[in-house]
Design a protein around this ligand. Structure first.
Ligand code: GLN
Length: 538
């Protein structure tokens, strides 16, 4: 398609309505009809990226192939579309301002007053168009974070208004996602909040073209008519988005509501392929009709907030479908493993995953969980910090290095089996300076992990500062413990495994960032299979 089309997704009434899922679902439908589609997220906060945010604040930080620390919605985009995103797919206010301020210091605007309009808005517009051009996409869906009316969102809304005007009628449109609350006392769905949020959007000069209404109950024809009249949209552009039992149902729900067709027509496109969701629906069938349940413990310190481990949870869903099981993830707070109740939870598991993380809090519990899994032959999967904990546990309890530790937890430990990477030692800045993005890893031939990947050279994404200290390599490896994956250039240990165990693997990288519906991650698939085997023996 020569003329690129732009779709903007805004949100009203409330946060957490699932803009990311609606955007990803629409993108999935457009992709399935043969359009090359990408999604971008604009985040109105001043952090340069979410890498410096606490997971409690913003959920998981998703990492792209090119090493960008991004919003977790990019994870949904990749899982739905099976297409990699990059730095350009996530833009924050901090990033925009930094760019403009750097240009001001260089003298690019000499003699001029640098202002939100036009300088910031122009930069926003440039970045929206850049993502479409870089990947030569037919359609770009740009999700604006936050809720209309927020002070922070104003420059983005103004940039959308201008771009819509510049691109012209059939080249762009705005989808506004709102909530239609149900008042049980009145037994009624209420449209007023939506009317107000559409009005707020109009005050900024933007007419919503399509309304997607999150609701717990079906919208009657009468209600749709009312929404259309008061929100200035066609009646068939009022789309109902009923609460779904799984996010993976949403593309089908949107297909039933014809969101994709309505969108394409409004963009002046009248020819498209039949929608091909065959493999997607095959996955859904498997996911919904799984015959067994396996219980896997997720040991971490942010377990109260589901979003903190989003990609891991989704990877379990993909891997479960492949194994004809539902994975029941049992959250285990690493700080409280010593508690009888948490401890009992551990004893009932078919598999244990020790999660990524930072800092000292909860470390003891993670080490205890590794020890339990190792000694009781429960399938164990350690990711990033999880691998580091597995190394420390083995050194302390098998190798007799009682003081083995990570310098992240104790900078003066006499046995620094996990230590800062060389290139990290002189770094002063914390933002964006970890070892990030995709790196190659060479797997030992005939190791368990090489068997799982069915390859010996793999590439996986990283996000960490610490590593296994190779000074301890000879001491760590023995007849049982092997370092089965290494960075071919630096020799950094990327994977460990135990031979004398049904399934014990730790990886320094984050496999969860690469699991998608179309391509579930082999390590998760194999780990769930091992858990299923243990469950069947119980
Ligand atoms: N805190 C550890 C490090 O920086 C592990 C990081 C992680 O689990 N992502 O190396």
């Amino acid at each position: 398609m020569s003329q690129k089309k732009y779709i903007f997704v805004t949100g009203g009434v409330s946060s957490s309505l699932g803009k990311g899922i609606i955007a990803a679902s629409l993108a999935k439908l457009l992709q399935s009809r043969g359009f090359k589609t990408t999604i971008q997220k604009l985040d109105p906060y001043i952090n340069i990226d979410p890498g410096t945010l606490n997971p409690y604040e913003h959920g998981e930080c998703f990492v792209t192939e090119d090493g960008a620390e991004t919003d977790l919605d990019l994870g949904h985009y990749e899982r739905f579309l099976n297409v990699n995103t990059s730095q350009a797919n996530n833009v924050t206010t901090g990033r925009i301002y930094r760019h403009i301020i750097n240009r001001e210091r260089k003298g690019d605007f000499l003699g001029k007053t640098v202002q939100v309009v036009p300088h910031i808005t122009d930069e926003i517009k440039r970045r929206i168009q850049l993502v479409g051009e870089e990947g030569d996409y037919d359609i770009v869906i740009t999700e604006i974070g936050g809720t209309v009316g927020d002070i922070e969102s104003l420059p983005y809304i103004e940039a959308v208004r201008q771009l819509k005007w510049e691109l012209g009628e059939e080249n762009s449109l705005v989808i506004h996602l709102t909530l239609i609350p149900y008042l049980s006392a009145a037994r009624e769905l209420k449209t007023k909040p939506t009317q107000h949020s559409v009005k707020t959007l109009m005050e900024s000069g933007i007419n919503a073209d399509i309304l997607v209404c999150r609701t717990e109950h079906n919208l009657s024809e009468h209600l749709k008519q009312k929404l259309a009249l008061f929100c200035n949209v066609n009646k068939d552009s009022v789309i109902e988005s009923l609460d779904a039992s799984t996010i993976y149902d949403v593309p089908n729900l949107m297909l039933e509501q014809r969101l994709d067709e309505i969108t394409l027509k409004k963009l002046g496109i009248y020819k498209w392929n039949d929608s091909d969701l065959e493999s997607w629906n095959d996955f859904l069938r498997k996911h919904k009709n799984a015959s067994d349940v396996v219980k896997i413990g997720l040991v971490g310190k942010y377990v109260e907030l589901q979003d903190s481990y989003k990609s891991i949870l989704e990877s379990f869903i993909h891997a479960g479908a492949m194994n004809d099981v539902n994975v029941e993830v049992v959250s285990i707070h690493s700080e409280f493993i010593a508690d009888k109740k948490e401890r009992r939870k551990v004893e009932d598991l078919d598999g244990i995953l020790v999660a990524p993380g930072f800092g000292e809090r909860g470390i003891k519990g993670k080490i205890a969980a590794v020890k339990y899994a190792r000694e009781n032959k429960v399938p164990f999967f350690g990711i990033c910090l999880g691998l580091q904990m597995a190394v420390i546990e083995y050194c302390r309890n098998v190798k007799g290095l009682k003081k083995a530790n990570s310098t992240e937890m104790n900078s003066r430990t006499p046995e620094p089996v996990i230590d800062l990477m060389k290139e990290q030692k002189n770094l002063k800045e914390k933002g964006g300076t970890m070892r990030l993005g995709a790196w190659k890893c060479k797997l030992k031939a005939r190791s368990r992990i090489a068997g799982i990947y069915q390859e010996t050279v793999i590439s996986e994404r990283h996000r960490h500062r610490f590593e296994f200290n190779n000074k301890y390599l000879d001491q760590l490896e023995d007849d049982n413990m092997i370092c089965s994956g290494k960075n071919p250039k630096t020799g950094l240990v990327e994977a460990i495994e135990l031979k004398d165990h049904p399934w014990f693997i730790g990886v320094q990288y984050h496999p969860e960032y690469k699991s998608t519906v179309a391509s579930p991650h082999p390590l998760f698939v194999s780990f769930v299979q091992a858990a299923k085997e243990l469950a069947s023996k119980r």
